[in-house]
Design a protein around this ligand. Structure first.
Ligand code: PHE
Length: 507
């Protein structure tokens, strides 16, 4: 029967008799709904009606019994003990039956169990070498009980009888569920369509006053909620950050993506003719057209060191354009920030003090995106400024720093940067890849960069920089950077990636 027909049956029955004590008595088109399946369908209808408070119901669980295979044999042929009794002669009216003969007559199993129970019941007795009947007509209680249960599903003797039969594995219980049903506070034979949402239209027209609303289902499990997750780059950034803090570095303010060409290049003694400054490599900003000018005296010292030299340098001896330095661009390295910070350090109240500073933030380069390059990435950079420090100190700083990231075997190779001299590329032995991989760029900042700032003569500044993406990709075994950053990022993967511990090495 359809849920609709069950529903109207329940509502009609309640309307006429007020109470349905047992839902198994309901009948649709003369068919009684007494199977477990029917009661399941009834339950569905009851839940829906109850949620509208049209009815209330109680679940009733009952147990009935069915015969096991063995129970059925006894029901048909009598109990083992009665079969033994039947096989024996009345005392004095025939030869007593021996154990062996009995086994042949009723079978070994029936003989064994039946003989002992018949003895216990005093139905049989020993006579010489065999057995004879000891009573005239015993009543076969077990068979009688099983017949009753087979017909009615239960026995009036209750548990006293059924427990024993269950223990003898002659019957097995079966659970049944049915329901008793009464009218609810919203009882009606008509089922109103319930509104699930209160809409603007209902409010405007006043229709909400006559509408019935669906009840909240507070028992519903609801949608599983999603927790937030740190992007893998942020997890690795946190690791680097902690290493810098461990080593006594302070964080530089890197909240300026747009920088002037002056700070990004000129102040660092990058020649204005350097290819990195061309549009193919650097993103320039159209609007606003010009940056603010730095302090005029400092600016003039920078111009002079480019054009004419100074501080022991012959300079580039090439024209230096004011406009070139006023251009605005997306910073190409965080070293632009380090440069501005070094200028601050030289000109702060009370004069220069030694400092260890770091930054980890975004930089931009005009690159064609491929598996290992994007037009933006993050740089990790450390800078140390102090009197009389040397290349040895730089190497020692990097050895300590990289050891904390699990890189214990380093190699240094001379390199070139316009703003450092000497410069070194840093390589680390990667156990998993079985080769030396480049991990950083480093150097000692040139006097042409530092002295125009007004840093004292004996002050040396060391620095190293690297990308955040590369160690992250190695750690998480990501081969295409486009799956880590950008619109192709798999958010599910972002959530699943575990935290990393850099000091555990590149495995
Ligand atoms: N700015 C360099 C780069 O872009 C890194 C670097 C930082 C090198 C500090 C030397 C000193 O790779």
């Amino acid at each position: 029967p359809s849920p609709e027909s069950i529903q109207s049956l329940i509502l009609q029955t309640l309307s006429s008799s007020g109470f349905i004590p047992d839902s198994r008595q309901l009948a649709v088109d003369g068919r009684v709904l007494n199977s477990a399946e029917d009661q399941g369908a009834v339950r569905g209808v009851l839940d829906s009606l109850q949620s509208r408070e049209m009815i209330e119901y109680k679940q009733i669980t009952t147990t009935s019994f069915t015969l096991t295979d063995e129970g059925r044999t006894i029901n048909e042929n009598g109990s083992h003990e009665i079969r033994v009794w039947k096989a024996l002669p009345v005392k004095g009216q025939g030869e007593p039956v021996t154990v062996q003969e009995l086994q042949k007559l009723v079978g070994p199993d029936v003989a064994k169990v039946g003989q002992s129970r018949a003895f216990k019941n005093k139905w049989i007795a020993k006579d010489g070498n065999g057995f004879v009947r000891a009573v005239e007509a015993p009543s076969d209680e077990t068979a009688d009980q099983l017949r009753e249960i087979n017909e009615k599903g239960d026995h009036p003797g209750g548990e006293g009888v059924t427990k024993e039969l269950q223990k003898r594995k002659l019957i097995q219980p079966k659970k049944h569920i049915h329901y008793s049903i009464t009218k609810g506070s919203n009882f009606s034979t008509e089922v109103k369509q319930l509104e699930t949402d209160l809409t603007v239209e209902m409010l405007q027209s006043g229709a909400w006053k006559d509408s019935s609303f669906k009840q909240y289902n507070f028992a519903a499990t609801g949608q599983p909620t999603d927790g937030g997750a740190l992007h893998p780059l942020l997890k690795v950034r946190e690791e680097f950050r902690n290493i810098f803090f461990d080593m006594g570095f302070t964080e530089m303010p890197t909240n300026r993506f747009v920088e002037s060409a002056f700070w990004n290049f000129d102040a660092m003694f990058v020649p204005q003719q350097h290819p990195a400054r061309e549009m193919q490599d650097t993103f320039y900003v159209k609007d606003p057209v010009k940056s603010l000018r730095p302090d005029e005296e400092y600016y003039q010292r920078v111009r002079k060191v480019h054009e004419e030299g100074g501080f022991g340098s012959i300079g580039y001896r090439a024209p230096f354009s004011k406009e070139e330095g006023e251009k605005l661009l997306l910073r190409t390295h965080t070293t632009a920030v380090s440069t501005a910070m070094l200028y601050e350090l030289a000109n702060q109240k009370g004069g220069f003090k030694p400092a260890k500073m770091y930054s980890i933030d975004r930089v931009f380069r005009n690159e064609t995106a491929d598996a290992t390059h994007l037009a933006e990435f993050h740089q990790v950079e450390g800078v140390v400024a102090d009197y009389n420090i040397t290349l040895g100190n730089l190497i020692a700083f990097m050895q300590e720093f990289f050891a904390k990231t699990g890189n214990h075997k380093l190699r240094f190779k001379p390199a070139y940067n316009p703003y450092t001299e000497p410069s070194m590329e840093v390589f680390s032995w990667h156990e998993g890849l079985g080769k030396w991989i480049e991990i950083a760029n480093s150097g000692i900042f040139r006097p042409e960069m530092l002295e125009p700032m007004g840093l004292p003569k004996g002050v040396r500044v060391l620095g190293w920089g690297m990308s955040l993406e590369r160690p992250t990709m190695i750690k998480y075994k990501i081969s295409d950077i486009r799956t880590l950053v950008g619109h192709k990022t798999d958010l599910d993967q972002v959530k699943k990636r575990a935290a990393v511990r850099l000091e555990k090495g590149d495995d």
